[in-house]
Design a binder for this molecule. Sequence first.
Ligand SMILES: C[S@@+](CC[C@H](N)C(=O)[O-])C[C@H]1O[C@@H](n2cnc3c(N)ncnc32)[C@H](O)[C@@H]1O
Length: 238
Amino acid sequence: MSRTPQGQRASLDKQPHEVAAMFDGVAARYDLTNTVLSFGRDRFWRRATRAALDLRPGDRVLDVGAGTGVSTEELAHSGAYAVGADLSLGMLYAGKRTRPQVPLLAGDALRLPFADASFDAVTISFALRNVNDTDAALRELARVTRPGGRLVICEFSTPVNPAFRTVYLSYLMRSLPAVARTVSSNPDAYVYLAESIRAWPDQAALAERVRAAGWRSVAWRNLTGGVVALHRAIRMDA
Ligand SMILES: C[S@@+](CC[C@H](N)C(=O)[O-])C[C@H]1O[C@@H](n2cnc3c(N)ncnc32)[C@H](O)[C@@H]1O
């Protein structure tokens, strides 16, 4: 964990206590900072995640790494029963204050507090990148999903156009931390954000890891030119 006058950030080995503490520090202004730094695109990415999950009224859907519940709230618009789980109590408390109607509970993506095959669908938005064992998290998501159930991962990815990729990486490494200093309650977390996005597998590499973790029919769709990718998959039969 690095501590500076700008706040604190986790290191790239993503120790759970460091990640949770970093998000505790971000929680107070998380929703606003997201919308500012993404130029409002976060709302579109969330709607696309809900559409990709193809939820029906009455479905049970788990949102892992739900944070303040902003991603969970969007899922409930489908009529499904959506519950969020997160490691950071600070994020969960912020969510309880702003969205008291959204069911949120404390839970680690690597040891989810649910029985096998509890959900028709599971999803994880901008959180898989923060878990220190990606493959174990993908297997744990499969464990709590019923055979034939759906997974959608919404995560930052690799822009497909090389010229746009160069501009985007420059925004990520230079402008984004500077803008975060003006809006976030923990600006240093946004240095971690930039570093962790750069170190994250591209679309094809992540798809391969999803497959290896017990999911079939893996496919992805790029959003905003590949700034974000939605990976979707179906839980293999037992
Ligand atoms: C960038 S926020 C995403 C929040 C929300 N899903 C969204 O779309 O805005 C990432 C969240 O993942 C959570 N997180 C990180 N590691 C986790 C883990 N191992 N288990 C559960 N949540 C985790 C963090 O606490 C944080 O709230």
